[in-house]
Design a protein around this ligand. Structure first.
Ligand SMILES: Cc1cc2nc3c(=O)[nH]c(=O)nc-3n(C[C@H](O)[C@H](O)[C@H](O)COP(=O)(O)OP(=O)(O)OC[C@H]3O[C@@H](n4cnc5c(N)ncnc54)[C@H](O)[C@@H]3O)c2cc1C
Length: 406
């Protein structure tokens, strides 16, 4: 490879939802983009439940989720110990949101986003792992196992690998959130279970002493089952015990053809204290990741990718991409999102918010629809009194602010 000839205006590292969104929108705006992805797609990824807030972005990217993925009306919280449960629909949120979302098979979904980025004009190189990245006031140089590339700007979208976070030693674990997850899939569900699950497409969240569990139906007739614990390390036996003891899981997986081997992910709740600087930015999980109890990860990753691209396009046109504070507005917006969802997660674990706002017979309608708006990822409106109250609360999770380069 002639590395000298390989130039792009922007290099995106990582082809997950954040990176593909960024590459797509930059390429559509006429920017030359090179996306480097270490895996070959389609590849497995966990994180299958989307929120309504991302839907306008998929449309903008040219990705149609209707035929391949499962329509999701909302969610159901279940406390099997007390026998309490409650369903909410995104359609009951404050006016203005999309009112529904999708459950997605991530290998297919991520591949659709990556292909859409290619169609938009981004050059995508898979099976090419970035090993180092040098940024200075003049330019960026990205090194991979195969060569080196020059660019005006670089975007770290490496997900939980959080490349720049590790290089800069700016990874800060978030206390009090989930620490580890163990999960598997049940393939070939019975027709009765499939019919029940597909009727709403809802995610079911089981509330447990040590954390919570997700049950996510997928269009291929599978059920994703996972357990998130606030204690690490986690044992695979914990998932076996949950599956054996949960009446809901037993009922839905009866007669399933196959259960896949368990996988474990640990230490996923953290923030990057320095997520942008001169000629670089981190987006998606490379910037921050919260406990996945409210399924916010993918949606915040694509929202961040979109807003970043909308800032970078005019900056490149005006040769302002070396400004260290260029991405400050992005992180002002993202901090509101992370703080709102973070405060919700804190309340989930510490103040029985689900019991108080969903399990009671007649919840306050304004608070309930405000809460549902937040659960839909609609976090940037200023008329949500529930969100305003949550953010003002002294009990809220603090410390999700971000710093720029000094
Ligand atoms: C247990 C668990 C459950 C979850 N459940 C949900 C859910 O239900 N709903 C939801 O919305 N979110 C969920 N998430 C979160 C969601 O999966 C992530 O937030 C989302 O994938 C973030 O997208 P991303 O593009 O930032 O990162 P990723 O999707 O992880 O993509 C990063 C990409 O970068 C590539 N890469 C990494 N390093 C390099 C390198 N050096 N060179 C080149 N390429 C590289 C990787 O191969 C990968 O393809 C969950 C997360 C966990 C841990």
């Amino acid at each position: 490879m002639n590395s000298q000839a390989t130039q792009a205006e922007v290099i995106v590292i990582g082809g997950g939802p954040a990176g593909s969104t960024a590459a797509n929108l930059l390429a559509k705006a006429g920017v030359s983009v090179l996306l480097l992805e270490k895996e070959t797609f389609p590849r497995f990824h966990i994180g299958e439940s989307l929120l309504p807030c991302g839907l306008p972005i998929y449309e903008r990217l040219g990705v149609d989720l209707r035929t391949q993925h499962l329509h999701k009306r909302g969610a159901e919280f279940i406390d099997e110990a007390s026998g309490e449960s409650a369903v909410y629909d995104f359609a009951d949120a404050l006016p203005g949101g999309s009112g529904y979302a999708y459950q997605v098979d991530r290998s297919a979904f991520d591949n659709e986003l990556l292909q859409a980025a290619k169609r938009a004009g981004a050059r995508v190189q898979e099976a090419e792992c970035v090993t180092a990245c040098l940024m200075d006031a003049q330019a960026v140089t990205v090194h991979t196992e195969r060569g080196q590339y020059g660019a005006r700007y670089v975007i770290d979208a490496t997900g939980q690998d959080a490349m720049f976070c590790k290089d800069h030693r700016t990874r800060e674990p978030l206390q009090g959130f989930g620490k580890a997850a163990v999960f598997c899939h049940f393939e070939g569900l019975s027709p009765e279970a499939t019919q029940e699950l597909f009727e709403t497409g809802n995610i079911k969240v089981l509330m447990l002493d040590q954390g919570w569990s997700w049950l996510i139906p997928l269009r291929r007739g599978a059920l994703s089952v996972g357990l998130v614990s606030r204690k690490a390390p986690i044992r695979t036996e914990l998932l076996d015990e949950l599956i054996a003891s949960s009446p809901t899981i037993q009922r839905l997986t009866r007669g399933a053809a196959q259960r896949t081997s368990p996988r474990i992910i640990s230490n996923f709740s953290y923030r990057n204290t320095r997520p942008y600087g001169a000629r670089w930015v981190c987006i998606g999980d490379a910037g921050c990741f919260l406990d996945p109890v409210f399924s916010s990860g993918v949606s915040l990753a694509v929202l961040g990718g979109e807003r970043m691209a909308d800032l970078l396009v005019p900056a490149l046109a005006q040769a302002r991409e070396a400004e260290a504070a260029l991405m400050e507005p992005l992180y002002t917006q993202m901090t509101r999102a992370y703080e709102s969802v973070g405060a919700l997660i804190h309340s989930f674990y510490n103040t029985r918010i689900v019991h108080n706002l969903f399990f009671v017979p007649k919840p306050d309608p304004a608070l309930r629809s405000g809460l549902i708006s937040l659960l839909a990822g609609d976090v940037w409106r200023d008329d949500n009194s529930f969100q305003n109250m949550l953010l003002q609360s002294k009990r809220r999770t603090s410390g999700l602010g971000f710093q720029t380069e000094s």
